[in-house]
Design a protein around this ligand. Structure first.
Ligand code: G3H
Length: 489
C-alpha cells in the first residue's frame, strides 16, 4: 500500500500527522470478493486549504519576474523540467490508473502518453501564440503593446475517469499562461498524483502549484468563500460545479472553465454501412464502460434497419470480455464507484417497466463491482436512461422514422456536446450536418464521439460546458488580452 502523508503548499512538501482517508480499489485481490486497500491520503482541514489559497494568491500578486510575469522561456523551462521528471514515472502511474479507476492497461498507457504529448504540444502552441500575440500597434495616436496575460488564481478540480489527463488538461494550460493554482485531485485516482509531487515541487516556483487532499466540502467551500479564486476550472458534473461557484461572494468576478455532462446521440441512417456503424457505436458506448463524457449515450436507429442493427449490436456487446484491467483483451472492467452497479440497475428497471427489453443475454448481469452493459430497446422517451447521463454500462436504443425526431430531441435536450451520424448519402448528410453542428459543438461522421485529437476544440453548448479546452483553445481560455498603452508625444 501507498501511505502518502505529504501535501504541497508554497513550494514545501509538508508532512501531515493528522487524520487520513483510506483509498480502496473496487478490484479484489483475493478470490473471494473484497475491495483492496491501496493506501491512504491526508484528510486536510480548512486551515491547510486556506494556506494553499494564500500561497497561490501571494505567488500571483508578487509579480516582478516571478511566475505571472516571467518570460516565456522561463515558464517553458519549468514545464520541460516537470515533463522530463513525469516521464520517469510512467510504470508507477499506469499501475495506479488500473487499480484506482479500473482503466484497462492499453487505455491507462494511452492516458499517460497522451498527457505527455499534450504537455509538449502545449509548449509548442504557447511559443507560437507568444510570437503571434505579443505585438505593437498604433491606432489614433495610441501605441499599444498587446500581449496575453494570466487571469489569476485558478482552482483546479479534475474528474475520476481521466484523473491524470483531464486534470492536466486544466492545470497545464493554466500554469503555462502564468496563473497560479490550487489543485485537489479527484476522489478516485488520487494516489496516482503521489509520484508527481516532487516533480511539481522542484519544477515550479513556490506557491505556483499547491496540491491539497481531503473532502471537497471541507476544503473547497472555505476557499471559494474568500472570494480570492479568479477561475474555477472543473471537469465533472454540473451539480458540483453549481454548488462550488455558489460559495463565491462576488459571482460576477469568477470566471468558469467547465467540462460537464453530455448525452451524445449516435444517429444511424437507413443507408449506413452497418458493420462500420456497429463497430463505432460499440466503441463509443462501451469503452471504459461508458464512463466518458464523450460516450454515445443514446442510439437512434432508423426503423428500416433497427431489427438487424439490434441483433448484431447485442451479440457484439455480449462478446466483450470482462476482467481485470491488466488482462489481455479485456474491454470491460470493474467500476471504481461502489454505488454505480445499483444505479445502472435502477435505470434498467425503470426502462423495462416502461416497455423496453434487455436485448443481450448478459445485459445487467452483476457481480460485486460490476454490471454487464445492458442494451435496451425500445426505450420510451420518458425513461430515466433517456434523460439522465448514465456514465456507465447501459445503452438505450430508440428507432426513428424521420431524422427530424432526433434533431428535435437534441434541440430540447439540456446538453449539447457532440453527435455521431452514420450514413453515406451526401445529399441527405450535408444539410443534416449543418443543422446538427448548430445544436452541438462537434459532429462525428461515421465515427464515434471523442475528445481527441487534443488540438481540436473541446467544448459544448447549454449545460455541457463553459469555455473551450484543447491544446490551442485552453491557452486562450486561461488568459486575457492585456496591453500597455502610450500616447504619441
Ligand atoms: O469524460 C470525458 C472525456 O473528455 C472523454 O475523453 O473522448 O478522449 O475518452 P475521450
Amino acid at each position: 500500500t501507498l501511505s502518502q502523508d505529504t501535501y504541497l503548499i508554497n513550494g514545501e512538501l509538508k508532512k501531515w500527522n493528522g487524520d487520513k482517508a483510506d483509498v480502496f480499489s473496487t478490484i479484489s485481490s483475493t478470490e473471494e470478493y473484497k475491495p483492496t486497500l491501496l493506501g491512504s491520503v491526508p484528510n486536510l482541514s480548512e486551515n491547510e486549504a486556506l494556506e494553499a489559497l494564500n500561497a497561490a494568491s501571494n505567488a500571483y500578486a508578487r509579480g516582478q519576474g516571478l511566475w505571472p510575469t516571467m518570460k516565456v522561456e522561463g515558464r517553458i523551462a519549468a514545464m520541460e523540467k516537470f515533463v522530463a521528471q513525469m516521464k520517469t514515472k510512467r510504470e508507477e502511474i499506469v499501475k495506479l490508473l488500473m487499480w484506482e479507476i479500473g482503466k484497462s492497461l492499453p487505455d491507462s498507457e494511452k492516458e499517460f502518453d497522451r498527457t505527455i504529448e499534450y504537455i509538449y504540444d502545449t509548449i509548442e502552441d504557447y511559443k507560437q501564440m507568444d510570437r503571434d500575440s505579443a505585438k505593437f500597434e498604433k491606432n489614433s495616436g495610441v501605441h499599444a503593446h498587446i500581449r496575453r496575460g494570466p487571469l489569476g488564481v485558478v482552482l483546479c478540480l479534475g474528474p475520476y475517469n481521466y484523473p491524470l489527463n483531464e486534470t492536466f488538461a486544466l492545470l497545464i494550460p493554466a500554469l503555462i499562461m502564468g496563473n497560479t493554482t490550487v489543485f485537489k485531485p479527484a476522489k478516485h485516482g488520487v494516489l496516482l498524483l503521489t509520484p508527481l509531487l516532487e516533480a511539481f515541487q522542484t519544477s515550479f516556483p513556490a506557491g505556483v502549484v499547491n496540491i491539497i487532499y481531503g473532502r471537497g466540502r471541507t476544503l473547497v467551500t472555505p476557499i471559494m468563500k474568500t472570494g480570492l479564486v479568479d477561475v474555477l476550472a472543473l471537469i465533472g458534473n454540473s451539480k458540483s460545479a453549481n454548488a462550488i461557484q455558489a460559495n463565491h461572494p462576488q459571482k460576477n468576478r469568477l470566471r468558469l472553465i467547465l467540462g460537464l455532462e453530455a448525452k451524445n446521440p449516435g444517429i444511424v441512417l437507413p443507408e449506413a454501412d452497418l458493420d462500420l456503424a456497429i463497430n463505432e457505436c460499440l466503441a463509443g458506448s462501451t469503452s471504459f464502460n461508458g464512463q466518458r463524457c464523450t460516450a454515445l449515450k443514446v442510439l437512434y436507429v432508423h426503423e428500416d434497419i433497427v431489427e438487424e442493427f439490434n441483433k448484431r449490436f447485442a451479440e457484439r456487446v455480449d462478446a466483450l470480455k470482462f476482467g481485470n484491467p491488466w488482462e489481455e483483451g479485456v474491454k470491460l472492467t470493474p467500476l471504481p464507484e461502489p454505488g454505480k452497479p445499483a444505479y445502472i440497475q435502477e435505470l434498467i428497471d425503470d426502462a423495462t417497466d416502461k416497455g423496453a427489453k434487455v436485448l443481450n443475454d448478459n445485459g445487467g448481469k452483476t457481480s460485486e463491482n460490476y454490471i454487464f452493459p445492458a442494451v435496451l430497446y425500445p426505450v420510451s422517451k420518458d425513461s430515466r436512461v433517456f434523460e439522465e447521463e448514465q456514465f456507465g454500462p447501459v445503452i438505450p436504443i430508440v428507432s426513428f422514422k424521420d431524422v427530424q425526431e432526433p434533431i428535435d430531441d437534441m434541440a430540447a435536450s439540456n446538453y449539447g456536446q457532440q453527435v455521431s451520424v452514420f450514413g453515406s448519402n451526401v445529399r441527405t448528410l450535408a444539410p443534416l450536418i449543418d443543422t446538427l453542428v448548430n445544436l452541438v459543438c462537434r459532429v462525428n461522421l461515421n465515427s464515434a464521439a471523442q475528445r481527441g485529437p487534443d488540438v481540436y476544440p473541446f467544448t459544448g453548448r447549454k449545460d455541457s460546458a463553459v469555455g473551450t479546452l484543447s491544446v490551442h483553445d485552453a491557452l486562450r481560455s486561461f488568459s486575457i488580452r492585456t496591453f500597455v498603452a502610450a500616447k504619441d508625444t
